[in-house]
Ligand binder design. Structure first.
Ligand SMILES: [Zn+2]
Length: 301
């Protein structure tokens, strides 16, 4: 009893110390150097998502247009200066627009570093989801999206054109697919984050059952792409996105089969893990959590 009390006090003190340090000092993990994707498009990678000590958040797209720099996502909190330092190595232009692919703190965390005049754009459901986060309450509400859309939005023109698409629920309820049209490049956010089961966030309107259908709509609806920037992995090809869609369709089919056969979620997880391992290069670390979400969704239907 006494020991538990002492431990509780220590943990609390530790948490307070951590919070103060987080607010005042730069984060521990350095950002990887900005890398060129094509012409005026760059990416600041998110480091290793499996090693939390090196994790800096999602990939950031850096698009240098005539009007200024467009950032797609802003990593975890406290990475604004690091992002800006990397941007300055490729252009003197200011950041004028931020696009948030979805609500999560590893994609919206450093919005608040940038001047309040910066245009912030996201899907309408993402704005709703972000408004529920402590990071965007009170004074910080000015770093919420200023411009939203429902199905599709075009920003800029010619070589600077960006098309934003939303195809329905998946990772969250407000995922945006960002297309750098002239460069034939698609940035997916976490609708294609890594080679493993997706992280599904039903609390923010995500759906494991809808996920493969939403991805199929994106693949069918976005033409003329030859390069893909995933949410948390190195630059990829359309074939890898297509394989990820087929994987997610197989994952839902596996769980649906288990539910229909009256199997438990543990049995469904075992079967889905074996299925996942058949996809070359795929990890199985996130299968259990994804199966649980899909299983629960199917049980409710
Ligand atoms: Zn996410």
């Amino acid at each position: 009893m006494k020991r538990a009390l002492v431990l509780g006090v220590l943990v609390t003190v530790g948490a307070v110390t951590l919070r103060i340090a987080g607010a005042q000092t730069a984060p521990q993990a350095p950002l990887p150097a900005i890398q060129k994707v094509k012409d005026n498009l760059y990416v600041i990678m998110g480091s290793d998502a499996t090693d939390r000590s090196k994790f800096t958040g999602g990939n950031v797209g850096v698009f240098v247009t005539d009007a200024g720099v467009v950032l797609v996502d802003t990593k975890l909190a406290n990475y604004g200066q690091g992002i800006l330092d990397q941007v300055k190595t490729v252009t003197d232009k200011p950041v004028v627009t931020i696009i948030n692919t979805h609500t999560h703190g590893d994609h919206t965390g450093s919005n608040d570093f940038f001047p309040a005049a910066v245009d912030i754009v996201a899907h309408e459901n993402t704005k709703t989801n972000m408004a529920k986060m402590d990071a965007f309450k009170g004074d910080k509400a000015r770093f919420l999206p200023k411009r939203t859309y429902s199905d599709r939005l075009t920003l800029g023109a010619g070589k600077d054109r960006i098309d934003l698409y939303h195809f329905g629920a998946g990772h969250t309820s407000g995922d945006t697919f960002v297309v750098y049209t002239a460069l034939r490049t698609l940035q997916t956010g976490d609708m294609f984050a890594w080679y493993d089961a997706p992280f599904l966030d039903p609390a923010n309107g995500g759906s494991g059952v809808a996920f493969p259908n939403t991805l199929a709509k994106a693949i069918a609806g976005i033409k003329d792409i030859d390069t893909v920037i995933p949410g948390h992995s190195p630059v990829a090809q359309p074939a890898q996105l297509q394989e990820f869609q087929r994987y997610n369709a197989a994952l839902v089919a596996e769980v649906r089969g288990a539910v229909q056969a009256g199997k438990t979620v543990e049995e469904a997880t075992t079967a889905a893990t074996a299925m996942t391992a058949k996809f070359a290069g795929y990890k199985t670390d996130r299968v259990k959590a994804a199966v649980q979400v899909i299983f629960d969704e199917l049980k409710k239907q």
